[in-house]
Design a binder for this molecule. Structure first.
Ligand code: ZN
Ligand code: ZN
Length: 391
């Protein structure tokens, strides 16, 4: 099917702009999104979707089946806000102190609801459409919680898709890139066990301070000496802790690192090198070192086939020069990456606008989602559904 059979009228879109602003004014945090989830569930149910709530907490799935085909796809939106104070003066600004929709997840939810409404009304397809609304994207726990609660065994999907707004890029521009798109994020904790003692008698201690000082320097060499120019990574030391007063050599010292990488191979290489550096320091300094790595989210890797599919579906909606296949490298992390480890799919960006207001970065107290994207974003979803599940 090649024509967009369900173009929304301006009045219809207005209703979704109001809905987006309503969600914006009542932000909910992390996995605690009962009001937003209920609002989404009520809308979907009223349009004929079979609604399954309480998946991995407040996650929910709206299912629409048409025809007899066993084909199925999933479209995902995130629903959570951020723990920060909104500085915008407009009427739909957050009514809850210390909470703000500063990443546009209010907009992503409104886009998917607008598409849900249009698809239920007037899009013919043959297969199953699963609309996935997840909490706690910012905490990088919501997707995993839904998957651990059987998301893809209960609602099998051949392919999954998600989008995010991108400030600083004009409205009417899409970035759809194959392969690694968002960074993996790990927290690494290093605990050095030495032997404490009197500051005046260092020969009777195993001092952890020279060890941690040396580690700080050695870790910098991973990026500068061990990775190639095309291997992207950020390694930042966020915490170093040791000691109490001037004349005690402490028993222990510890540090926490943030490691971000764009491919699993680079992540493995860094982890391997960290292991070597730590074990080397044990030998040289005679301490014991515990190295623990917690993977917060894997790298987000778009599959070739689904990326091609999205590009094809979006082609009629964007000028050829505004449908980009590569954007500026982002080392931010996205929870949807977990879902892509189970089901192939594509995560793409829509420009949120430029200038001081709509170009304002996400996670900034002056940010706001651009309502112009509701029509365009729902056009993208309608096209993708028509192309994946159409005749
Ligand atoms: Zn965010
Ligand atoms: Zn976000």
């Amino acid at each position: 099917m090649n024509t967009l059979t369900a173009a929304a009228s301006l009045a219809e879109l207005e209703a979704f702009v109001r809905l987006r602003r309503e969600i914006h004014s009542l932000p909910e945090l992390g996995g605690d999104t009962p009001v937003t989830a209920q609002l989404v569930a009520d809308k979907l149910a009223s349009w004929g979707y079979e609604v399954h709530c309480g998946i991995g907490g407040h996650g929910l799935v709206g299912v629409l089946r048409k025809g007899t085909s066993t084909r199925s796809i999933g479209l995902r939106a995130d629903m959570d806000a951020l723990p920060m104070q909104e500085a915008n003066p407009f009427a739909h600004a957050s009514r809850i102190d210390g909470r703000m929709h500063a990443c546009g997840h209010d907009g992503h939810t409104a886009i998917l609801l607008a598409a849900a409404w249009r698809i239920a009304q007037s899009v013919e397809f043959d297969g199953t459409l699963n609309l996935i609304f997840q909490p706690d994207e910012e905490g990088l726990c919501g997707a995993k919680a839904m998957m651990d609660d059987g998301l893809f065994s209960r609602f099998p999907c051949d392919a999954i898709f998600a989008l995010h707004n991108l400030p600083g890029v004009p409205v009417g521009t899409a970035i759809v890139q194959a392969g690694p798109t968002m960074a993996a994020s790990q927290q690494v904790s290093i605990q050095i066990q030495g032997r404490g003692g009197h500051g005046a008698m260092p020969e009777r201690s195993v001092d952890p301070f020279p060890v941690i000082a040396s580690l700080i320097n050695a870790i910098q060499t991973i990026k500068s000496r061990n990775l190639g120019v095309d291997e992207h990574a950020v390694i930042s030391i966020g915490m170093v802790k040791a000691g109490t007063v001037y004349n005690i050599i402490p028993d222990t010292a510890s540090m926490l690192l943030s490691v971000r990488t764009d491919t699993p191979a680079t992540e493995q290489k860094i982890n391997h090198r960290l292991e070597e550096i730590v074990r080397g320091h044990e030998q040289v300094y005679g301490v014991t070192i515990t190295l623990e790595t917690v993977q917060l989210a894997p790298a987000l890797v778009n599959s070739e086939q689904q990326t091609r599919q999205v590009r094809q579906s979006l082609a009629p909606l964007f000028a050829p020069q505004a449908l980009l296949s590569r954007g500026k490298k982002l080392m931010a992390t996205e929870d949807f990456a977990w879902m892509l480890t189970e089901v192939p799919g594509c995560y793409f960006f829509l420009g949120n606008g430029e200038g001081e207001f709509h170009g304002c970065s996400v996670h900034n107290p002056h940010y706001d989602f651009n309502d112009e994207l509701i029509g365009l974003g729902s056009d993208c979803w309608v096209r993708i559904v028509q192309d994946c599940l159409g005749d």
